[in-house]
Design a protein around this ligand. Structure first.
Ligand SMILES: *Cc1c(COP(=O)(O)O)cnc(C)c1O
Length: 310
């Protein structure tokens, strides 16, 4: 299943700010692994799709917002690997469909819309049973691929990277952070940047995710999660919120390093890291930033807010 993907490359960034802090800066380019099923979303889907295949399911059903990277990736992966896909979308249908959802439909995904109140029930067996009544035997993947299969895939993101002292990434559900923490050496340090306002709840969430995983019997590269911490200062007002400063930062980043960042996740994390480097917060050493992809989401933001495309 993995053979259509490029292995992730690591790019060194020649940043003056980093050099002054004695830090060598590298980017793990998960965004370049595949044009559509990219970033961390592939890792979170992998073992879910394998389980669905093993159990002879032909249909995948999952959940997401109207601009969701997970919906985008699931639709594409379903098309590639021969699953029928159903996307349960939060909120009402808006026509014409935004770029994310029109792509999903092109890939063959069937979309159904549920109001916010129903969407909130997405983890309950009641709603899942209702959906099975309506659509038959479907393999359900939670929103964002946030389950133990998702964590398992994320333990494979960083193979043999003992050379890095610190790993930074953006967090939504922190499934990716949990998987990475379960694959690194205890001498390495992980810093997560929640993109939600009020991301403090993730602290406990990550403990639950990693503890449950460690007792699940699934393969795990280490006995204890590597040390991790969360930095709450770079959510820019909350999920999918942004300001002029973030846009300008991302624009400059393309000019300087030829790396595109998304405004929902990676832009905020890269901004945060550069800002902390300037403040001299990082110890000298090797710092790896994970580019988790998500660039498709910029299309929706660019059209909604009439931003210049670049
Ligand atoms: C979904 C997503 C994340 C967040 O991943 P979690 O495992 O939910 O923390 C980060 N970056 C990008 C680009 C994403 O699409």
């Amino acid at each position: 299943m993995s053979s259509i993907f490029l292995s992730p490359s690591i790019q060194k960034i020649n940043s003056q700010i980093a050099a002054s802090a004695g830090v060598e800066l590298f980017v793990l380019r998960l965004d370049l692994m595949h044009p559509q099923v990219n970033g961390n979303k592939w890792f979170k889907l992998k073992y879910n799709l394998l389980e669905a295949e093993e159990k002879n399911f032909s249909t995948i059903l999952t959940f997401g917002g109207a601009y969701s990277n997970h919906i985008f990736a699931t639709a594409a992966a379903g098309n590639i690997f021969g699953f029928r896909t159903i996307g349960v979308i939060r909120g009402e249908e808006t026509l014409p469909l935004n770029p994310t959802l029109s792509f999903a439909v092109e890939q063959g995904m069937q979309l159904i819309y549920v109001n916010r109140q129903t969407y909130r029930q997405r983890h309950t067996t009641q709603l899942q049973e209702d959906l099975k009544q309506r659509f038959g035997e479907v393999f359900i993947i939670p929103e964002g691929g946030c389950n133990q299969n998702g964590i398992r895939g994320c333990t494979e993101i960083i193979p043999n990277l003992e050379v890095f002292d610190t790993i930074c990434l953006a967090c939504g559900t922190a499934t990716t952070l949990a998987g990475i923490a379960l694959s690194l050496d205890s001498k390495q340090r992980i810093i997560g940047f929640p993109v939600l306002k009020g991301g403090e709840f993730l602290q406990q969430e990550i403990e639950i995710l990693t503890n449950n995983y460690l007792t699940s019997g699934l393969p795990v590269p280490v006995d204890f999660p590597a040390p991790w911490q969360l930095v709450y200062d770079y959510h820019f007002g909350g999920y999918a919120k942004f300001n002029q400063e973030l846009i300008i930062f991302c624009q400059k980043f393309i000019q300087e390093y030829n790396i595109h960042l998304d405004y929902v996740y990676t832009g905020k994390m890269f901004y945060g890291v550069m800002n902390l480097l300037q403040q001299g917060v990082f110890q000298p050493g090797k710092l790896l930033l994970i580019h988790t992809g998500g660039l498709q989401g910029n299309l929706g933001i660019i059209s909604r807010y009439k931003l210049p495309d670049f």
